[in-house]
Structure formats: C-alpha cells, structure tokens
Design a binder for this molecule. Structure first.
Ligand code: SF4
Length: 711
C-alpha cells in the first residue's frame, strides 16, 4: 500500500524519467531531503538524479516573474502577469487575423502531467482554433508508438508490468542503456539473470547495460533492421518459430518470411558488423527460451527508418510466439517522465484525448461533446514537430512553448535557432531561462513538479499521482492557470477551468471509450492501489497490467506483421565525412539539461560536453585525451573535449546531447524524418573531426584530419 501524505513527508514521484520512481520528501523550504520509497517500480532504489531532485526547488536562478522584450532584438525585462498575458493575447490575435488561425502553433512536452498535456491539446484546438500542435515526444518515443499501434492496435510502452521481467528466460534490449538512463530498473534484469535468464544487448557501445549482458551485439549504428531480420532468418532456418501462434493470433507473416529469407548471417555480419556466430547464438537464445521479451529504446527508434526498425523486432517477437503470454512480449523503454501519458491525450498533431484520431468523425464527435463544442469547429491534423519547426517564421508566425527546450533538443539546432528568431511572437513557459526561453518575446515562469498536483503515466502504463509538496514561489503560476488566463483573454475562457481536479475529471470523461481509457481512474484509487494501469473504463474495473493475453487490440484480435527491408540511414560515411556520429544520454543528466545542469552534484559530475572516440581512432588521427576538437557534419559544427574509450566502435563517435551552445550535439544531427513517425534521425549521421587545440596547449592547429584518416 502506497504511503499516504504524512506529517513527516510527502509520498510522490521523481520529476525525471519514465520509471517514475516513488520517493518521500521531508523537510520544508529551508531544506528538503529525498527518501527512497518501496514503490513497485523502483522498490526502494533511486538514481543520482532522483536523490538530488529537490535541489531544483531552491535553485537560485529560478524565474519568479514574467519577462518581456519590448522590441525584437531588445533585452528581456521583468513584467507583470497582466502585462505579459495581454501581450501574448494581443500577439496571438494579431497573427491569427493577418495569417489565419494555424499561423499560431503550440509545442508541448513529454514532461507535462496528463492534466496539462490534455489541457494543452484542448487549448490549441478550442482556445486558439489551430491545427498546429505537436510536442517533443516526437523526438523521443514516436517510432515505437507508431509501430506498436500498427502491429498491436494499441501503443503502451510495456504491455506488462516490470514485475514480469525476471520471469523471462531471454531478453533482448535493442539500443537502450537503462543502467544509465534509469538505473533502478536494473534490479529486474539482475533478478532475471539470477534465475538463469539470458540477457542480450544490441548497442554500438559497450555500455553499462551491455556489460551486464550474457551477449553483446556491437552493431554499426543504423543497421538495426538488418540485425532483427537476420535473427528471424536464423530462427526460421532452425525451426524455432511458433507456427501455431502465428496461425492463431497474427496476420501477414508470409511476406515477412519471404523478406527475411535473404538475411543470412554472413550478409547480416557484413551490414551490421556483428559476427555471424553471435547472430546465430542470439537467435538460438531467444528462440529456444520458453519465455522471451524484446525491449527497444531510442537506438533503433530515433532513425529515419525508426518505425521499420521497431517492426523488424516486433516481427521477431511475433514469429517466435513470444507475445500475448506471461513474461513475453515487445516493449519500449519510454524515456521522458510522462512520455507515455504525454503521447495519449492530444498533444500530438493528429490526436485527440484517449489516443483518438483527429481525422476520425466518431472520435471528433466524442471529444467535442465533452468539450461542449461542435465537432465541425475542431481543426484537422496539423504539422508534426519537425515540420512545424521548419515552418517557423514562414507559415507559422507565433509559437507557444511548454516544457520544451527546442533550441537544444531539435536536430540541426543552428538553423532551428534562426527560425525561432524569425517568429513574430515566441512565448516560452519554463522554470529557468533555458536556451529557448532566452530567445523568447515573452517568458512565463511556471510551477514545477513538487509545487502542483497531477498524474503521470509511467513506462508500464501505470497511472501515478504526483503530490504537491510546497507552494510555488511568489509570482509563479502553474501551466494550467496560464492556459485558463489566456483562454479568458481570447474570449474562450468558458471552456476551461484552472482547477486541477476539475481538469482531471473532464480529462477522464474525454478519454472514456478511447484506446487509452482513464475513465475509472481517480486520485483516490491511484493512492490506494499503487497506481492504476490503463485501460480502466470504470471505477469497478481493476485496471489492465497485462495487455494482449487473449487478443490484440485490432478489431479481429490479431497482431500484424510488417515486412521490412533494411535500407540504412539517410546519411552514410563518405570521404568528406568518414565517421559515424551517434548521440545519447549520461547517467547524471536528463534531456536538454535545463534541470540537471542546475543541480551542483550532477553538474560537477559531468560539467561539459565531450565526444567519445576509440583510442585506435584517436591514434590514427593524431589526437590525445582532452584535446579540443571540432566535429563537423553537413548541418553544422560543435566544439568538444575529446574523451577516449575502448567501449565504442572505432568507426563511431558518441556525443551526449545535454548541452546547448557550441558543444550542442544537435548542431550536428540530421533532420531526415521517418516517413511514418516523423521522428528525426538523431542516432546516426556522417561526421568528420578536426583538431582545434591540443591538450595543454593553445595552438589552434585547425588542420583537417580527414586526409590522415583516408590516406
Ligand atoms: Fe528513478 Fe528515473 Fe528519477 Fe532516476 S531519474 S530516480 S531512475 S525516475
């Protein structure tokens, strides 16, 4: 039973990743202490980010007053709320009168609570009447979401609780490093290994997770679909597939069987760099196990063929008959704190609450009736995140940003920053003056995780309650207050409430009957039951920890195969850009670093951006540890400190993406989009390296090392 709020502490959840670890916070604004809580997700564990989370509550550079720029190029100055909101409302009206309703867009975030994500989607459609809303989850889990929806008829990160992991005899983690991104989850994999289970990790780097594995497949970035097809090829050749399961519970296997017939291990070794013997061994481990899971993360997902990659792994799971059964299945290790709930309730360009489709007449009618508007008034699908950002300063003239730091997190960041500056109106709500907020015309200071109540949905689909610990500082509003106040100023206030319980109550009704049905979930039940798994259509329903045990969510109850050919990344190494760049996260930082770079213990542990390369490659290029180097791609250039590691492939460089400025990884990344999920290709592009400054010296050699490498 979850601890209730006690006089000595508040039982809540971590503000960061999708594990949403339970914690109890004691103290007051003179000083808080985080205590781990024995909650089903983290079972008493926390990582360094969780332990230090309350530092954010007393951060010295917290914004406590709105800021405004009187003219483009002017400086930000403090403003009253009245002044700032009036400026935002008049700016919106002016742009919409001159350029149409869709010329004002909204950009949300996967860190927003369900209540806020829901209200933001409604505000865009009902308050602004714009089609253009999307969010940073498009940069994160979109490929897994799209593939899961197409294959199973329903997208929920894990279709089973974490507690099922130890019972799986074999697990493949594809492109994920949970030992660093969500360390307490490793308890489940350690328990799985302890009872004799096999853990396979596919990753271009020897990560902490890969070190915990039975077998590490160190593939070339961008070759995931070839690897998955190769594993299925071997499973078919060895008679390890489950024909009875395929016949009874799936559709579309035959084209997949024909496609993978040409992915024999030697060929897959040439594409992926993974030895054929390891491919055969991995297929045997997964195929011969009585129970098995495949868990994907951003490695295969953040690619211009991200949906294909995920489908290839789902094909493997389905063909082996390892889905829709206890301790089996495909799952996505969701990243952001409310990455799951944030992708269900209307922040997406094509979506309405409850995972409904905005172009489906019945779905529009259902939501419009809850909102009290005519369905015909609701806009249609809008631009997806990258397309929306590409339209800034062109067809989109005004942008409202909530819980997102686009200037750091969007690909090809330099061009993106230019487009932010080209807007007629940029409004940013944030806790701090992030890199994006610093470019805004109006900055609105908002409450943070422990200063307001709200629900999140973790990677298991478990709906949780974050409780309020303290009042926000004087002068700080909640996002929900801001949206209500703006709606009032736009003469749409009658459709909105500033009360979180009222918003949650309306949100439940708006999801009723949808795929992600929260109608039966209440704050009382969440507290009493240690979270409630959706779908939960009424208060008598016990929630759904395990999906698909009897049927998949498509109308005919069958899961779908999708035949996938390996096509490779959008950009291959070339003489000008001879190496592969991949990006990712570090243990002590979270996303764009707006929060974790302000926590002294975390900042001091990893104070600056770097590039990790193999010592052999460094020797070949005449480089030493701590040299300052410039990485260059077709999008831009970043200046970084060199770190040497034998844990990376010699053909690959790794750069963490938690910083802005000259060391921002996203100055380099590719905007090539997946045709289905519209996710950009963060995980692989072609790059070259030039020395800027030798370690300990001040010479700016600046000589290109491309010739050295290619000669
Ligand atoms: Fe848990 Fe994630 Fe928070 Fe770490 S960052 S304490 S793993 S929720």
């Amino acid at each position: 039973m979850e601890q209730s709020v006690r006089s000595t502490g508040v039982a809540t959840h971590c503000p960061y990743c999708a594990l949403q670890c339970g914690m109890t916070i004691v103290g007051d604004d003179a000083g808080y202490t985080v205590l781990p809580r024995d909650f089903p997700t983290n079972k008493g564990g926390l990582c360094r980010k969780g332990w230090t989370a309350t530092e954010l509550l007393t951060a010295p550079d917290r914004l406590t007053t709105p800021l405004m720029r009187d003219r483009k190029g002017g400086t930000l100055r403090p403003a009253t709320w009245d002044e700032a909101l009036a400026r935002v409302a008049s700016g919106i009206r002016d742009i919409q009168e001159r350029h149409g309703r869709d010329a004002v867009a909204v950009f949300g975030g996967g860190g927003l609570t369900n209540e806020k994500a829901y209200m933001l989607g409604k505000f865009a459609r009902v308050g602004l009447g714009t089609a253009n809303i999307d969010y940073n989850g498009r940069f994160c889990m979109a490929s897994a979401a799209a593939a899961g929806l197409r294959a199973f008829g329903l997208d929920r990160g894990l279709p089973f609780p974490l507690a099922d992991i130890p019972g799986a005899d074999a697990i493949l983690i594809a492109g994920g490093n949970p030992a660093e991104t969500m360390p307490p989850i490793m308890q489940y994999f350690e328990a799985q290994r302890a009872r004799g289970g096999q853990l396979i990790v596919a990753d271009p780097r020897v990560t902490a997770t890969a070190r915990a594995a039975t077998l590490h497949l160190q593939l070339t970035p961008g070759t995931d679909a070839a690897l998955a097809n190769g594993l299925l090829h071997v499973a078919i050749q060895r008679g390890l597939i489950d024909r009875a399961f395929i016949e009874a519970r799936t559709a579309g296997f035959e084209p997949v069987r024909r496609t993978v017939a040409s992915y024999w291990p030697d060929r897959v070794e040439r594409i992926t760099g993974v030895p054929a013997k390891q491919i055969v061994a991995a297929a045997a481990i997964l195929g011969e196990a009585a129970t098995a899971m495949v868990l994907s993360a951003r490695g295969p997902e953040q690619q211009s063929r991200g949906v294909d990659n995920v489908h290839a792994f789902i094909n493997l799971v389905l063909a082996l008959g390892k889905a829709g059964k206890p301790h089996c299945g495909y799952g996505c290790l969701t990243g952001q704190g409310n990455g799951q709930g944030g992708r269900e309730h209307g922040q997406k360009a094509d979506q309405l609450p409850g995972y409904r489709k905005i172009d489906n007449p019945a779905h529009r009618a259902a939501v419009a009736s809850v909102w009290g508007v005519d369905a015909a008034e609701l806009p249609g699908p809008g631009l997806s995140a990258c397309e929306l950002l590409a339209a800034l300063g062109d067809t989109v003239r005004g942008l409202l940003v909530f819980a997102s730091n686009i200037a750091v997190s969007a690909p090809a960041a330099q061009a993106q920053i230019g487009r932010l500056d080209a807007l007629d109106l940029l409004v940013v709500t944030d806790l701090f003056l992030s890199e994006t907020a610093a470019r805004a015309d109006v900055v609105l200071p908002v409450a943070q995780w422990a200063e307001e109540e709200g629900t999140t949905t973790n990677l298991e689909g478990r709906v949780l309650l974050r409780r309020r610990l303290a009042d926000p500082p004087d002068g700080v509003w909640t996002d929900i207050q801001i949206l209500k106040a703006l709606a009032d100023r736009l003469d749409r206030g009658a459709y909105f409430s500033a009360s979180v319980p009222e918003v949650f109550s309306e949100f439940r009704r708006a999801t009723a009957g949808g795929i992600a049905d929260y109608a039966g979930i209440s704050y009382r039940r969440i507290a009493a039951e240690q979270g409630v798994f959706w779908p939960c259509p009424d208060e008598a329903h016990s929630g759904t920890p395990r999906l698909f045990l009897d049927r998949f969510a498509h109308e005919d109850g069958r899961a779908r195969f999708f035949a996938v050919e390996y096509r490779g990344p959008a950009e291959q190494p070339s003489p000008d850009y001879p190496f592969i760049l991949t990006t990712g996260r570090l243990l002590v930082h979270y996303q764009s670093g707006t929060q974790t770079r302000r926590v002294p213990q975390l900042r001091d542990a990893e104070p600056e951006p770097f590039v990790e390369i193999h010592p052999h490659t460094a020797r070949m290029l005449g480089l030493r540890a701590n040299d300052r180097v410039a990485l260059k791609t077709r999008r831009g250039e970043a200046e970084l400190t060199l770190r040497l590691s034998r844990d990376i492939r010699p053909d690959t460089f790794f750069v963490p993406f938690h910083w802005g400025g000259k060391g921002s990884a996203n100055l380099l990344t590719n905007t090539a989009l997946d045709p289905v999920s519209r996710i950009p290709e963060f995980k692989v592009c072609a790059v070259r390296l030039e020395k800027v400054e030798a370690h300990g010296g001040s010479d700016r050699a600046g000589a290109s090392l491309v010739a050295t490498e290619t000669n």
